[in-house]
Design a protein around this ligand. Structure first.
Ligand code: ATP
Ligand code: MG
Length: 454
């Protein structure tokens, strides 16, 4: 079960006289019977000594800048894809910024190492033969029962490092495990400490939550935590839209849409679609009005939503591409062109093929989470998608190579070598396929000059 290069690692350390184990997600996922995505190794050897032992066995040190915290990273000489992270047993002390320990203390005690880990299911140790050590005592049974339980006193552990709160939600989303009662209560109590956590880490965990199969339930169960990041979600809970097109409250609708976003081959949802699903209706409560007949209206909620989406993208430091995709998906989630060639062509040109196909996925999930009356729109979406399919089929072998301009032509105009050239050619190809510009050198260069300023 354990790959050869990890067995070699454990042997290198034990030959040098140290204890060593696989720990963390790899043990958790092995016991759950799901694929392991990376192996963390822990050892009684101090960083310098594990370095010496590993290099003697032929491994290459690639990162030792974090040795102060006990972690050194190595490369398997037989396969460059295999990185091995080795961390010395340690006990953390004195957290002062709700995230980083002031200092770490190395220890030869596996019990102390287990006590500083976040959840019992993440604090199991496996040797080369697959034997398990469970110093906290409930790790193995918690995995069998599907329970996420903080190691030690949960409030203290979340006060030490608030990132653990979000990690718990992500583990619930990814494993379908249930967060143990005291741990869940402590998460609510300390959720406000998430303001101390960096945007990058929050973005990473939030992405992990929404792209996982159990994301919708994890968000519902941990709404107080998630609304520290996106406060507008809280009011969605129980929000009655008073519309014949809807038969469930706004949060249930939102989470059903997220649930309807399909998993890709890698078992995860597309990041932009999943984030957009979570916030597609985030603008609704702000524009909600009730008419004299008691019916709710939410005109221009997409535009109100985009403003909030832009703020979230900025706060969480989304990349430009992710921010663009999410805001466009929110803006157009409720927009449907006539199912005619010209209109569909225009939409395709505006969004680009990739993003338009993501919008289709979001719209399908959105429509499916409406009342039976609201479901009628699915026919329209199907018609639009059929027109789109025909449009794309018409130019089956059109490729960048067949364009009347090449990357060299663009560079001759002064555009710098690099990814921009590829982006421009992709854009030009779409415009040519959509017959917005003819496949003619002068026309294309004229378009490029106007669209991409040097
Ligand atoms: P995955 O890699 O699937 O996200 P993992 O459990 O391996 O899950 P890592 O971030 O790779 O998570 O961390 C490895 C191990 O280090 C964890 O299993 C846990 O024991 C410990 N750990 C990581 N982050 C923390 C933290 N913030 N507080 C305490 N222990 C942590
Ligand atoms: Mg890991």
């Amino acid at each position: 079960m354990i790959p050869e290069y990890i067995k070699k690692t454990l042997k290198a350390l034990s030959d040098a006289g140290f204890e060593s184990f696989v720990v963390g997600g790899a043990v958790r996922d092995t016991l759950r019977g799901v694929p392991v995505h990376d192996y963390d190794v822990t050892t009684s050897a101090l960083p310098e000594l594990s370095k010496a032992a590993m290099e003697k066995a032929g491994f290459k040190t690639i990162i030792d800048s974090s040795a102060r915290f006990g972690t050194v990273v190595f490369l398997d000489p037989e396969n460059n894809e295999n990185k091995i992270e080795i961390t010395t047993f340690r006990s953390d002390c004195d957290y002062t910024d709700f995230r980083h320990p002031e200092d770490v203390m190395f220890t030869s005690s596996i019990e102390k190492d287990a006590a500083r880990r976040d959840f019992t299911v993440n604090a199991l140790y496996m040797d080369a033969e697959g034997n398990i050590k469970d110093p906290n005592g409930t790790g193995e049974t918690d995995i069998k029962a599907g329970i996420i339980r903080a190691v030690g006193d949960p409030v203290t552990r979340f006060q030490e490092d608030a990132l653990r709160i979000l990690r718990a939600v992500r583990f619930e989303a990814q494993t379908g495990f249930v967060i143990e009662e005291n741990t869940a209560r402590a998460m609510k109590e300390t959720a406000h400490l998430l303001k101390n956590i960096s945007a990058e880490r929050i973005q990473y965990e939030l992405t992990g939550i929404v792209t996982a199969y159990n994301g919708p339930l994890a968000v519902r169960h941990n709404l107080e935590v998630i609304s520290q990041i996106i406060p507008e979600l809280l009011i969605q809970d129980g929000f009655d839209q008073r519309s014949r097109y809807h038969d469930r409250d706004l949060l249930t609708h939102t989470l059903d849409v997220l649930d309807g976003v399909p998993l890709k081959e890698d078992g995860k949802k597309d990041r932009a679609i999943a984030i957009a699903a979570l916030i597609h209706d985030i603008g609704k409560p702000a524009v909600f009005t009730v008419d004299e007949n008691g019916a709710g209206h939410m005109k221009k909620h997409s535009i109100a939503g985009v403003k909030i989406a832009e703020r979230i993208a900025k706060e969480l430091k989304f990349s430009n591409k992710l921010a663009h995709e999410v805001t466009e998906l929110v803006l157009y989630h409720d927009s449907f062109p006539k199912p005619e060639r010209g209109a569909v062509k225009q939409f395709s040109a505006m969004l680009g093929f990739d993003l338009y196909e993501k919008l289709f996925v979001l719209q399908r999930a959105d429509i499916a989470a409406h009342s039976p009356l609201g479901l009628a729109r699915m026919q329209l979406l199907d018609q639009i998608m059929e027109v789109y399919r025909q449009l794309r089929e018409e130019n089956p072998c059109m490729s960048i190579n067949e364009l009347a301009v090449s990357g060299n032509d663009l560079m001759a105009l002064g555009y710098p070598e690099g990814p921009l050239i590829g982006d421009i050619l992709k854009d030009v190809l779409e415009k040519v396929m959509l017959e917005i510009i003819p496949n003619d050198k002068d026309d294309i260069l004229c378009y490029v000059r106007g669209e991409y300023w040097l």
